[in-house]
Write a protein that binds this ligand. Sequence first.
Ligand SMILES: CC(C)(COP(=O)(O)OP(=O)(O)OC[C@H]1O[C@@H](n2cnc3c(N)ncnc32)[C@H](O)[C@@H]1OP(=O)(O)O)[C@@H](O)C(=O)NCCC(=O)NCCS
Length: 162
Amino acid sequence: MTIEVVRMGPPWAEPVAALWTREFGSTRVASNGLLHDLLALPTLVALHDDAFAGAVAYRFDGDAGCEVVGLASTVPAVGAGTALLEAVAAEAASVGCQRAWLVTTNDNLGALRFYQLRGWRLAALRVDEVTRARATLKPEIPARGVDAIPIQDEIELELPLA
Ligand SMILES: CC(C)(COP(=O)(O)OP(=O)(O)OC[C@H]1O[C@@H](n2cnc3c(N)ncnc32)[C@H](O)[C@@H]1OP(=O)(O)O)[C@@H](O)C(=O)NCCC(=O)NCCS
């Protein structure tokens, strides 16, 4: 059972788009007042025994560092999410980024657990930012998320990079 992380390529276009749509309601992600097209961003893919197991899309944002814009796995708890997160952090560090950061939503308790167990720290709370994004950027954001919790706020997490 091995996890390998590879750069996005044509064989993964369809599963990656399907994964983003399943997890984020479309291939677009709103974060911190911006709308990102996940399919236009650099992307790494996780393979579990050579089969598609997840993906991460990211972008470099000048002094703000490297933003992990989308991360999801299709095969839970085999290490795909961790391998993808570590691969982005390594790439960001290798090009001189001082920090990696990401945005999750107030309902996503599993993601808050996942990131904090991997050394990420809470960096900002943007109250009602998701409500604004739903009204102005991405109407497909559902009203309720995990456990039917109303999705309203953005939580930013960060990881200092060496
Ligand atoms: C958050 C998410 C990316 C985690 O992905 P994942 O592939 O399940 O992550 P991992 O397998 O690396 O880790 C999950 C758990 O499995 C465990 N695990 C990892 N490898 C394992 C293995 N070989 N055998 C058994 N368990 C393993 C890990 O220890 C981890 O548990 P822990 O958090 O208690 O340490 C995934 O749940 C997901 O896609 N969520 C929906 C989308 C989402 O919310 N994305 C984040 C938006 S900001």
